[in-house]
Design a binder for this molecule. Structure first.
Ligand SMILES: [Zn+2]
Length: 161
């Protein structure tokens, strides 16, 4: 499948991390979002990309990897839309506006585009349910069928919910 997705990352504890050339950032406990597109096949497909994001052990290549590989942070939901169009920047902007989300760090996750960041932090008052509702609203505006994948906390298996 090809499409655009948003990861819902929940960090149970704050932690400091050096995010490559961007420098050191403190990621506080709470909810972060990462929006990307996967428009290829194999590892570049939607399934391949999400599988990599969920996997803890990997060579850190993208800024989001510094969160997904951290023991205090976990991908709990993925909202996605099947589309061959590169919608990541438009959806990222819409998500930031809808949820009043702010960059985790200027430039985080947006090395290849003009956005402030593709790694965003949501205010703790919103909660994961509110975040998911907001994401589904945003994705709905871009047409097609919005899908939600939920990751069980007790295992790495996933199912749609
Ligand atoms: Zn962008």
């Amino acid at each position: 499948m090809r499409g655009t997705y948003t990861l819902v990352l929940v960090c149970d504890e704050g932690f400091g991390v050096v995010m490559g050339r961007l420098g050191r950032v403190w990621v506080g406990a709470g909810c972060c979002l990462y929006t990307g597109s996967a428009l290829g096949v194999g590892a570049q497909s939607l399934e391949g990309r999400v599988e990599r994001h969920v996997r803890r052990w990997k060579r850190r290549r993208w800024h989001v990897d510094y969160l997904t590989s951290n023991q205090h942070c976990r991908v709990t939901r993925v909202v996605w839309l099947i589309s061959p169009r590169r919608l990541e920047c438009a959806i990222n902007r819409a998500v930031a506006e809808e949820l009043n989300a702010r960059p985790v760090l200027a430039g985080a996750g947006s090395s290849d585009c003009e956005c402030d960041a593709h790694l965003l932090r949501v205010q703790s008052s919103v909660g994961v349910r509110g975040v998911v509702r907001g994401l589904v609203r945003v994705y709905g505006r871009f047409g097609g069928r919005v899908r939600l994948m939920r990751f069980a906390s007790s295992s790495r298996t996933f199912g749609e919910g």
